[in-house]
Design a protein around this ligand. Structure first.
Ligand SMILES: [Zn+2]
Length: 282
């Protein structure tokens, strides 16, 4: 009997210690897993933090790059959309009217495009520099407003070269665009010009009406999305019409851009009449 009790006690002792060992092991494992979990959590958190830090660093450097670029270009990029239109002014510059127009455009925060005559450049260099500095685009309207489509190749080359020499002297680059007087161009003009010829889709008829209210009505009623609007900055009646034209068309949801923006920096020697309207010159 004593022998059995001995065995029983031994069994109980062994079993208890086994169970104890098992329980201890389980707890130890759980604690270890818990610890591992915490470690991995902490690790992933810190790597997330690092990722965030890295991306914010990237953002900062991107911002810096943008700032540097905009400082270099000096002019912010134009916002162009389906309601964009371009105001264009021909035959200037003319001291009094062009100055007044630049004041109005500056006050309204609007960029326009000027097609100037070579014969009007001398003595108006300050006005032309102001145009450029204030973000307007300047193109050539030829030296003397002759009909380019009636010129022979030699005379045509002379005109285009003379204008480019003047542009280089003043702006350090040739004219990007030419608006042929009367909108008259042919294949030879396109070949010699070798750059976009900018026409128009809306004629303010300011040159014939010379009446402020008629100019306002004509432009307001005939403008559509993507229009290039023809006006002349040499008539006081045109200058008087500009504020109302800007206000009316802004109210209709239009936004004003240069031909650079409207036509997305065109390069080909085609006739451009408005957004998505370029035609071969015959
Ligand atoms: Zn003209």
């Amino acid at each position: 009997m004593k022998k059995y009790i001995k065995y029983l006690i031994a069994f109980l002792v062994i079993e208890t210690s086994l169970v104890g060992a098992f329980i201890w092991k389980t707890f130890a494992d759980e604690a270890e897993q818990q610890q591992e979990k915490q470690v991995s959590l902490a690790t992933s958190k810190s790597s997330e933090k690092q990722t965030t830090e890295t991306s914010s660093t990237t953002q900062i450097s991107e911002t810096q790059t943008t700032e540097t670029e905009s400082t270099k270009e000096e002019q912010p990029k134009e916002v162009v959309n389906e309601r964009s239109i371009a105001l264009t002014f021909d035959d200037g510059p003319k001291r009094e009217t062009t100055s007044q127009l630049l004041d109005i455009l500056s006050q309204k925060g609007i960029k326009a495009t000027f097609f100037i005559l070579g014969q009007n450049m001398a003595g108006n260099e300050d006005l032309l520099k102001r145009m450029k500095d204030e973000g307007h685009v300047i193109g050539s309207h030829s030296m003397y407003h002759h009909n380019l489509s009636q010129m022979n190749e030699q005379t045509l080359k002379q005109d285009v070269n003379d204008m480019d020499q003047k542009a280089k002297a003043l702006f350090k680059e040739p004219f990007k665009y030419i608006r042929p007087p009367y909108g008259a161009a042919n294949a030879l003009v396109a070949k010699v010009a070798n750059r976009p010829l900018i026409e128009w889709s809306v004629d303010s008829k300011d040159w014939s009406s010379k009446n402020t209210q008629m100019i306002i009505n004509q432009v307001t009623q005939t403008t559509g999305p993507g229009s290039i609007i023809l006006m002349h900055d040499i008539y006081p009646e045109t200058i008087s019409a500009v504020p109302a034209i800007i206000d009316n068309l802004t109210q209709q949801g239009y936004n004003f851009v240069t031909v650079d923006g409207l036509l997305n920096q065109p390069k080909e020697a085609l006739n451009y009449f408005g957004t998505n309207d370029s035609r071969a010159v015959n």
